[in-house]
Structures are given as structure tokens and as C-alpha cells.
Design a protein. Structure first.
Length: 397
């Protein structure tokens, strides 16, 4: 096959995602099949792998979330170290798909978010917004010999957007239906929802971060159950009871009431938020299980609240498809069903519709990169608040 060239209207691409829960690197090798003019493209998942970060790397990334710890030398080092790890993950998934690097047209790498500040910071007559994703694209391109598109978010911010969420662009391409309004909820570190109105145009799609996904659950588990990083299978929450006092207090968080567009991250729901939770737990003598049950309930409530507050009247839906690691937590899923069933919304998972929850975002970044490499705009201004469509992503050859 010819090197790094589209082959007719079909080509191979690799997507790399390392999300806000810092559990590792998701790598997907896909085939992209262009649609006829005006028709949607198709993607076919050829291989998928998840590689956990080495523990020392994970710890170092967590320390970089604290701006005081994120000195330029540490950020610079981690930027290239992650580039190396991403390149290995890409080569590994390419081999798993029985392909060679020369077959691949492009790699799309999201990188690791270490800071996200989408609100406007005024300076003189300007509004500054910034976001930092590391994992050097030049290293990925050099190690693999494949053009790499990385650092997608700043281009959206440069035209006034939040720089997030970006996956809705690909959800519009891949999931929209003529006769049915669909809700797509992702539960990663942060939760985010996309609304695809029936037969809607790109301008009618909207999306926002609902609040914490697994971030508070993971954060509280790590502190209360040393050695654990998540509430695997919801086993801890299942043994606990929801504490209504704590739940009501957490529901007062301003973020849930902010107007759209909005996005959030570890800057709000990170370690100092967990400190506050644990303090409340100690003062009110909550058991660890009750605390985890309560943040699990809060997470489900924030998703329900997102629907009630911003979506129900504007685009009533009867189906929500849930993806991301949180969809593997049965207690969280039960709470979500309890939120949505009374509102007439059926809750399914990506697996229920024959797809793969883990691979979804990695596939999205492969497709976003394919657009970037060919100079096609790949943001949705209505979703991010950007002033106009633009091409997101920096290309390293
Ligand atoms: N079997 C499981 N039981 C309970 N929780 C799980 C399970 N598997 C994954 N999770 C949760 O999902 C999280 C990882 O989710 P995912 O990989 O979708 O996040 P991410 O891509 O890092 O985040 P984001 O989408 O916010 O960028 C884990 O940290 C954990 O909390
Ligand atoms: C700044 C950042 O990394 N945001 C992530 C995070 O994780 C989920 C949610 O918050 C979403 O806004 C976004 O990621 C996905 C991939 C997106 O841009 O669609």
C-alpha cells in the first residue's frame, strides 16, 4: 500500500485518548470510509487497546494538576515522556490490527489535559482562555513515521470557544438519526452529554459537561481505600447509603446552574473538592461506604439535572446511550436509570447498541485528525461557543 496516502475513499487512522481520569492510554486503529457528498462517513474499529500508565507516571501527572507543582521542567519532561508512551501505544495497536505504520494516514492524539481554564480571563481589552494538553506530537510522528495531529483544543479557544467538548463533532457525524432525538452521555473523569436532535443540522447539536463523571468517586476511593483507584463494579457504593445532608449540600454547586456553553475539569472537581468531602464526612461521622454511595448518587443526579435544566423542554428524548468507564459501574447506572426512567428516557450503554464504550473517544480523535489533516473544519461552534467553524489540531509531519 502507498505510504501515508488516502486509498480511494477509505483509509486507516489511529486515535489516542488519555482522559481526565488518568487511567491510561486508549488506542484505536480504525478504517474511515467517506460517505457520498452530504452523507455520513463510516468508521470501522479494527483494533483497540488500553494501556495503563506506569504508576510513577500516573502519580507525576496527578502532581502536575497542581499549578504550583507544575514547574516548566516537569511539564517539559512529561510532555516528551508521554509522547514516547503514546507512540508505543500507537505502534502496538497498529500491529494488533495486522497493519504496518505505512498503512496509516494519520494519528490523532488528544494528549493529557493538565489544566483547563475555559472561562474568559480579561487582560486589557482581551479575553484570554487557556487549556494545556501534553504529549508531544513531534515525538509521536518521529517514532512512528506517521503524521500526527495533536493539541486540538486551543484552536477552538482562539475563536472564543470553550475548547471542549470536541467529541460531539464526531457524534454528529456517526450517530445522528433521522427520526429520533438521541442523548449521548459520556462518563469519564468528567461527565458530558451531547444532544443530537432528530434530523438536526450541525447547528442544532448541543453538548456540555454535566459535572463530575468518575472524578469524585475515584478521588474519594483513593483517599479512603489506599491502594484502590476506583469503585470497581460499584462494590463500595453498593454497601453504603446515600446521606441526604451531604447530597443536598453538593447539589448547591454553582456549576450545575451555569448557562451553556460550559465545560469543567479537575480545577473544580479535583483534590481540594475531595478534601472538602472528606472533611464533611469526618464532621458528620459518615462511613466510607456512605460517602462513596453519596458521590455516586450525586454523579447520577448531575446528569439527570443536566437533562431537566437544559434539554427536556428544548429537545425531549426517549433514549440515552451511556459510554465511558462509568458505564461499567452498575450502582451508578442504577442511579442514572432512577433519574431518567420517571422522565420517560430509556438508558442504554454503548455495548447495548453494539459499540465499545472504551474505544469511543479514541475513535473520535482519529476522525478529528483525519479532518485536520485535510484542512476541514472539525469543531461545532454551537457546542463550544466558538465564533466560527475552524480546523482544530496541530500537525507534526
Ligand atoms: N469496572 C468498573 N467499575 C467501576 N468503575 C469503572 C470500571 N471501569 C472503569 N470505571 C471508571 O471509569 C473511569 C475511566 O473512565 P474513562 O476511561 O471513560 O475516562 P477518561 O477517558 O479518562 O475520562 P474523560 O472522558 O473525562 O476524559 C475509571 O477511572 C473508573 O472510575
Ligand atoms: C479539557 C478536557 O480535557 N475536557 C474533557 C473532559 O473529559 C470529558 C469532558 O471533560 C470533555 O469536555 C472533554 O473530553 C472529551 C473527550 C471531549 O472533548 O469531548
Amino acid at each position: 500500500m502507498s505510504a501515508n496516502k488516502p486509498i480511494n475513499n477509505r483509509r486507516y487512522a489511529v486515535g489516542l485518548m488519555s482522559g481526565t481520569s488518568v487511567d491510561g492510554i486508549d488506542a484505536a486503529a480504525i478504517e474511515i470510509i467517506d460517505g457520498a457528498a452530504g452523507e455520513r462517513p463510516e468508521t470501522r474499529l479494527l483494533a483497540f487497546e488500553n494501556k495503563s500508565y506506569p504508576e510513577a507516571v500516573r502519580e507525576e501527572i496527578f502532581s502536575l494538576f497542581d499549578p504550583k507543582m507544575a514547574t516548566v521542567d516537569r511539564v517539559g519532561r512529561m510532555n516528551v515522556l508521554l509522547g514516547e508512551l503514546y507512540a508505543k501505544a500507537a505502534l502496538s495497536v497498529i500491529a494488533k490490527a495486522d497493519l504496518v505504520p505505512e498503512d496509516i494516514a494519520v494519528i490523532g492524539s488528544h494528549g493529557q489535559t493538565i489544566y483547563h481554564s475555559p472561562e474568559a480571563h480579561p487582560w486589557e481589552d482581551l479575553d484570554l482562555r487557556y487549556t494545556v494538553q501534553i504529549g508531544e506530537g513531534s515525538v509521536i510522528a518521529a517514532r512512528t513515521g506517521i503524521p500526527c495531529v495533536s493539541d486540538f483544543r486551543p484552536a477552538d479557544m482562539a475563536v472564543g470557544g470553550q475548547g471542549a467538548p470536541l467529541v460531539p463533532f464526531t457524534e454528529y457525524l456517526l450517530y445522528r438519526e433521522r427520526d429520533r432525538t438521541l442523548l449521548l452521555q459520556n462518563i469519564g473523569g468528567i461527565g458530558n452529554i451531547t444532544v443530537l436532535p432528530a434530523n438536526g443540522s450541525p447547528d442544532e447539536v448541543y453538548a456540555f459537561d454535566t459535572g463530575p463523571g468518575n472524578m469524585l468517586i475515584d478521588g474519594a476511593v483513593a483517599r479512603l481505600y489506599p491502594g484502590r483507584t476506583m469503585d470497581s463494579g460499584g462494590e463500595i457504593a453498593r454497601e453504603g447509603n446515600v446521606h441526604s445532608g451531604l447530597l443536598e449540600r453538593l447539589q448547591q454547586e454553582e456549576y450545575y446552574k451555569l448557562p451553556l456553553p460550559k465545560s469543567t475539569g479537575r480545577e473544580l472537581f479535583g483534590s481540594s473538592y475531595v478534601d472538602g468531602l472528606l472533611r464533611y464526612g469526618q464532621e458528620h461521622r459518615l462511613s466510607s461506604n456512605d460517602l462513596i454511595a453519596t458521590v455516586t448518587k450525586l454523579t447520577a443526579w448531575s446528569i439527570g439535572e443536566g437533562y431537566r435544566r437544559y434539554i427536556r423542554d428544548r429537545s425531549p428524548a426517549d433514549t440515552m446511550i451511556v459510554g465511558g468507564g462509568g458505564s461499567y459501574n452498575p450502582v451508578l447506572m442504577t442511579y442514572i436509570v432512577q433519574e431518567f426512567e420517571p422522565m420517560g428516557v430509556k438508558v442504554l450503554t454503548q455495548e447495548d447498541v453494539g459499540l465499545n464504550s472504551d474505544a469511543k473517544e479514541a475513535i473520535a480523535f482519529a476522525l478529528l485528525a483525519d479532518y485536520a489533516l485535510t484542512g476541514r473544519p472539525n469543531n461545532l461552534p454551537n457546542v463550544t461557543g466558538a465564533r466560527r467553524p475552524t480546523v482544530l489540531g496541530k500537525i507534526s509531519y
